[in-house]
Design a protein around this ligand. Structure first.
Ligand code: DGL
Length: 280
């Protein structure tokens, strides 16, 4: 086991490349308000979506290590790109060396599990970063559970920068949103369910809904990930006992503090105080 890691109970770590994971934290807090959380956004190095496997893995591993050093025993990668490109390697190669009792969970599996009950046409679309779509993680995971579902993916490389640079509500955003939704529906016009396979995308939801016809359902991951975490903690009382429960949250970013607290406070509808840290 890595030296210096505390065995005392600690908060649940929530990691994303930037603000997107807040969409997950928000839903988790609704159904698990009594737990303590540490949110870490690697805003200085976002977006991850266009980066290589090696770089996403390296950055994610640094973030997970930092959250473990801060006392977390359980870390949620509230980021599809990191879940697609780094989760498995961290679980298989890194955790046994760091501490085989600690856990890192992702957001793809909980999202995929719900899809079988939602689509009627059995044609599903996935919107995600270039990294997530190229990894084929969604079609592979969906078809493991539901071989009858046809999955089409569309990478939306401009959507994360729109959120990170606070342009989600600008007129300029409409162009990129309409373009990728049209591309996806052109690939398969039978799609009746679209997964927002990037935790940043729910922040674009009002505009996304504007460009979709009635009858196409849009799946944001937050509530499914939250429900899955709740079940996980029920099934793993030994992990639950390692999670502190005082209803507190701490926020960390690798970018400027003012920038993060302004955007995060708006999003969570509460004042956020945040501390800047370095992961390198
Ligand atoms: N929010 C992340 C995701 O779910 C990462 C986006 C990015 O940094 O490109 O994929």
């Amino acid at each position: 086991m890595k030296e210096g890691l505390s065995q005392m109970p600690g908060p649940i770590g929530i990691f994303d490349s930037g603000y997107g994971g807040l969409t997950i934290l928000k839903e988790i807090k609704k159904i698990l308000p009594e737990y303590n959380y540490i949110y870490l956004g690697d805003n200085a190095r976002a977006p991850y979506g266009t980066r290589s496997f090696e770089v996403v893995y390296e950055f994610t591993r640094e973030a997970v290590n930092k959250l473990f050093e801060m006392g977390c025993h359980l870390v949620i990668l509230a980021c599809n790109t990191a879940s697609a490109k780094a989760l498995r390697t961290i679980q298989i190669n890194d955790l046994p060396q760091i501490d085989s009792e600690r856990r890192v969970l992702g957001v793809i599996r909980p999202t995929v599990e719900c899809i079988g009950k939602i689509t009627e046409s059995r044609h599903v679309g996935v919107l995600g970063t270039t990294g997530t779509i190229k990894s084929q993680s969604y079609p592979l995971e969906i078809n493991k559970l539901f071989p009858d579902i046809t999955v089409s993916g569309e990478a939306c490389p401009m959507w994360v920068p729109l959120v990170e640079y606070n342009e989600a509500n600008s007129i300029g955003a409409d162009y990129f949103i309409e373009k990728h939704l049209d591309n996806l529906r052109y690939k398969d016009h039978l799609i009746d369910t679209i997964i927002l396979g990037c935790t940043h995308y729910p922040l674009l939801l009002p505009k996304i809904n504007r460009y979709l016809p009635d009858g196409v359902k849009v799946i944001s991951q937050g509530e499914y990930v939250a429900e899955s975490l709740k079940n996980y903690l029920l099934r793993h009382p030994e992990m639950d006992a390692k999670c502190t429960k005082e209803g507190k949250q701490l926020f960390y970013t690798t970018e400027a503090e003012e920038k993060f607290s302004e955007s995060a406070s708006l999003f969570l509808n509460q004042p956020i105080s945040v501390q800047r840290i370095s992961l390198e």
